[in-house]
Design a protein around this ligand. Structure first.
Ligand SMILES: Cc1cc2nc3c(=O)[nH]c(=O)nc-3n(C[C@H](O)[C@H](O)[C@H](O)COP(=O)(O)OP(=O)(O)OC[C@H]3O[C@@H](n4cnc5c(N)ncnc54)[C@H](O)[C@@H]3O)c2cc1C
Length: 549
């Protein structure tokens, strides 16, 4: 296929906080970074992130909280790195123009979220993510980072053993290939694959599929976190979040009959986590005690107007947007697909085990174990974005060369054949129909609750959709790109199904109705997925409790 060729020293795929932090780290080491992105990302949604900023708090305490909340299966090496490096990232962001809130004496004013020993959620006004993104974009532009967006990456270019670039489609429908010394994958999570999600629509998990195809291993893909309190109504703010943090301040969850129900499930304001809250909410609705739009009431009427709309504007802006007075009215909420906890396995430099390929941000796995603490995803983006940028820069500085013509030709041939094969599809199946059906299948069968029957149902459905996508209607490059996205999502669904089938227990955010208890005898372990000549390989490794790489 005709294509434009762009040579770039290091290519960063993704312009969220992780990608931009990686690009700025590359630039700080004198390496030219080129960022490509679809555009939309989750990072501007970050309300704040966790850092040990209060007197008395410490890296150790932070580390212990991350470990405890991970239900014994975190990669402790990554948890240690996060706890040691996050404060440095707060300071780095401050030096680059982010104003985290402090009192007149200069002390930070973090919010105390569920599950942490100390208040840690540092925030920069109403929209920390927006402030952070602005500072990162500014920094990148000042350092000469080049941007191509919107640009939709469809796959990586790889020789036998090395990643040498990526290819995709630009906004005009032109095919573009980037030839590079190294690639940093910062493509975020996959929440929008599911039908009810907090995520922007383009965040469907392409990076997991690309990493898998390139030979990386993925861990714990069965762990998807659901954010408990997301509006089901009105439609304008459907999927928007009000953080569960307000439960700490007296807010109450009530079923459709107006009854508080957390206690019935053994949940208190101290032990409630996103996972156990989501299950309790779903159970109330399933047992017929839902609200008119199939949700749960989030009662904040006991809190003052100023507390809600001034002090906690960061949480209540969606309600304000539709003129909802939370001091008088109880919104109807349900859990929506949120952060993906599993992801690509990395080493201490964020290399994924394939030469030339690095990863950071939500696309990586292992850090959070069985459950992610609210506020640790934002921390993960900057800490591991920095490390991935440094890792790729060091690789280049150690002498990595641009690929040879022969390498470019052989890697391109595979990509070209893939795209040409998709272009010949001439059926009548619409990719948006597949996407809709997949979203519902995943949400209903592989969502907050799952069991052998629902996992088998999802598997059968995905198999059928794999057949349907072969009959997709393709009449141009943009349709071809949509087919490849669908195939990526179906591949990701297969990973989640196989990993769920494997893990016969419940742990953290992962709950199997047919194996409702945590089984520490057999399952202090991670499910690992990789591509082999025989197909998708799935195995189990003992959880990594050692903190050194
Ligand atoms: C509503 C909401 C609220 C949240 N609140 C918090 C919070 O308060 N605290 C917290 O810690 N975490 C929070 N999170 C989670 C956090 O936002 C994410 O985990 C984090 O932003 C991920 O950052 P990232 O850079 O890895 O990915 P993203 O910011 O999602 O960026 C991914 C990038 O990759 C690009 N991309 C993806 N696929 C392709 C492709 N095929 N081709 C080209 N580009 C591609 C996207 O366009 C985007 O630029 C929240 C998430 C949501 C949705």
């Amino acid at each position: 296929m005709n294509c434009k060729t762009i040579f770039a020293e290091v290519l960063v795929i993704g312009s969220g906080a992780a990608g931009l932090r990686a690009a700025s780290a590359l630039a700080e080491k004198g390496i030219k970074a080129t960022v490509v992105s679809k555009g939309a990302c989750a990072s501007p949604e970050i309300m704040g992130f966790n850092a040990p900023v209060l007197p008395g708090d410490s890296e150790e305490c932070y580390f212990m909280d991350v470990e405890r909340s991970g239900y014994g299966i975190n990669d402790s090496r990554l948890a240690k790195i996060l706890s040691e490096k996050v404060l440095g990232e707060v300071h780095w962001l401050e030096n680059n123009g982010v104003h985290f809130e402090r009192d007149e004496k200069g002390n930070y004013l973090p919010i105390h979220t569920l599950g942490t020993t100390y208040a840690r959620l540092v925030k920069a006004g109403v929209s920390t993510g927006v402030a952070e993104m602005k500072a990162l974009q500014e920094k990148c532009k000042n350092c000469g980072v080049e941007f191509y967006m919107p640009l939709d990456i469809l796959g990586l270019l790889k020789t036998e053993n090395k990643v040498i670039g990526a290819y995709g489609v630009d906004k005009d429908g032109e095919t573009v290939r980037f030839i590079t010394k190294a690639v940093v994958l910062a493509t975020g999570g996959c929440g929008a694959m599911q039908s009810f999600s907090t995520y922007p629509k383009p965040i469907i998990g392409d990076g997991y599929a690309m990493a898998y195809e390139a030979g990386a291993k993925l861990v714990d893909m069965e762990f998807q976190q659901f954010e408990p309190c997301c509006f089901v109504y009105p439609d304008e703010i459907r999927g928007k979040v009000i953080a569960t943090t307000l439960l700490r301040h007296g807010a109450e969850l009530r079923n459709g009959l107006g009854e508080p129900f957390m206690e019935k499930y053994g949940l208190t304001r101290n032990n409630a986590q996103k996972g156990n809250l989501a299950r309790a909410m779903l159970n109330e609705v399933r047992e017929g005690r839902g609200t008119p739009h199939g949700g749960i009431y989030y009662d904040m009427t006991m809190l003052s107007h100023d507390f809600l709309y001034v002090d906690h504007e960061i949480f209540t802006k969606p309600a304000a947007q539709v003129g909802m007075d939370l001091t008088k009215e109880m919104p109807e909420m349900m859990p929506a697909a949120h952060t993906n906890i599993g992801g690509v396995i990395i080493d201490k430099n964020c290399n994924v085990g394939v030469e030339g390929l690095y990863a950071c941000g939500e696309v990586i796995g292992g850090l959070h174990g069985g459950n992610r603490l609210g506020g640790c995803a934002g921390a993960e983006t900057v800490v591991f974005g920095h490390i991935a940028g440094d890792g790729a820069a060091d690789y280049v500085l150690a002498g990595a060369a641009m690929p040879s013509e022969a390498d470019i030709d052989s890697a391109w041939q595979k990509a070209d054949e893939r795209m040409k094969a998709v272009m010949t599809r001439s059926g009548d199946v619409k990719t948006e129909d597949i996407r809709k059906r997949l979203g519902e299948t995943m949400f209903n069968n592989l969502g907050i609750l799952r069991n052998a029957e629902s996992i088998a149902k999802a598997a059968a459905d995905v198999e059928e959709m794999n057949g349907l996508v072969k009959n997709a209607a393709v009449s141009g490059v943009k349709d071809m790109a949509e087919v490849i996205h669908c195939e990526n999502m179906l591949l990701l669904a297969e990973m989640q199904i196989k990993a769920s089938d494997m893990r016969k227990e419940s742990r953290g955010v992962y709950f199997r109705e047919d194996y409702p208890t945590q089984n520490d005898t057999e399952w202090l372990a991670n499910v690992v997925i990789s591509k082999t000549d025989a197909g998708m390989d799935i195995s189990v490794r003992k959880a990594i409790n050692d903190t050194t790489f």
